[in-house]
Design a protein around this ligand. Structure first.
Ligand SMILES: [Zn+2]
Ligand SMILES: [Zn+2]
Length: 235
């Protein structure tokens, strides 16, 4: 058995030795349930050092699971005290590992698209989700109102447009309605200024949601490519 005692101390070295002459005939060298003999000061204990460690860890884990509330209260109190330090630490970590964190998030998002979609739909039905949407609408309207573009200019733009720049639908048939679109959505930091405005069909506008014009053009062109029928084989 390897000695776990500090070797410089001769007294402890001595204690680690098995006692050669038992003080009474009934006394014997005890062993731990794992089979290791209990030597030195361990002779009065029930377990060897290794088993005692394992039992200690188990007892600690047990205590933690029985006192979850106490532990949580302690943790949050400690967090309150060192809040600035923790937030500073976390900011530093995120700044140093930005690319890796983003890549990990993107990978997770692409692997959990269905879940995210369902989660989003469910979230939008909760009070918090509804409040968030209402707040967004309010901000959007306030921004558009304060921009000072006369509505006559918008009407003129609508009149001038003959086809949707995204899906190329013509408005002549009356099946597609015209609508005002922001190339960079206001929710993504776009401004309500003429350069950022575009007339497109209502269905594109709805489906585009918070994407930029550039992103939506790419999606539409990909859809049109895949919807195109395969070339007829030579007759
Ligand atoms: Zn043991
Ligand atoms: Zn369109």
């Amino acid at each position: 058995m390897p000695s776990r005692i500090i070797p410089q101390n001769p007294i402890i070295l001595l204690m680690n030795e098995p006692i050669p002459h038992s003080p009474s005939p009934s006394a014997k060298v005890n062993t731990c349930s794992c089979g290791v003999p209990l030597l030195g000061f361990r002779i009065t204990r029930k377990f060897c050092l290794e088993c005692a460690k394992v039992r200690g860890r188990k007892a600690t884990a047990n205590w933690y699971s029985k006192n979850r509330d106490k532990v949580a209260a302690y943790d949050s109190a400690r967090y309150e005290i060192k809040k600035d330090y923790y937030s500073e630490q976390s900011k530093r970590y995120h700044a140093a590992n930005k690319d890796e964190i983003n890549a990990r998030r993107k990978r997770w998002e692409s692997e959990n698209k269905d879940y995210l979609k369902e989660y989003g739909i469910a979230y939008n039905k909760t009070p918090a989700g509804k409040a968030r949407a209402a707040n967004g609408r309010h901000k959007r309207r306030a921004k558009m109102k304060g921009s000072g573009i006369p509505s006559a200019v918008i009407v003129q733009m609508m009149d001038d447009s003959s086809e949707c720049p995204y899906c190329k639908s013509c408005y002549d048939s009356g099946r597609k309605k015209k609508s005002l679109d922001h190339k960079i959505p206001i929710s993504k930091g776009g401004e309500h200024v003429l350069e950022n405005l575009l007339i497109c069909c209502l269905s594109c506008n709805h489906k585009k949601r918070t994407r930029t014009a550039e992103q939506w053009i790419e999606i539409v062109s990909n859809q049109q490519k895949s919807a195109r029928p395969l070339p007829e084989p030579d007759a």
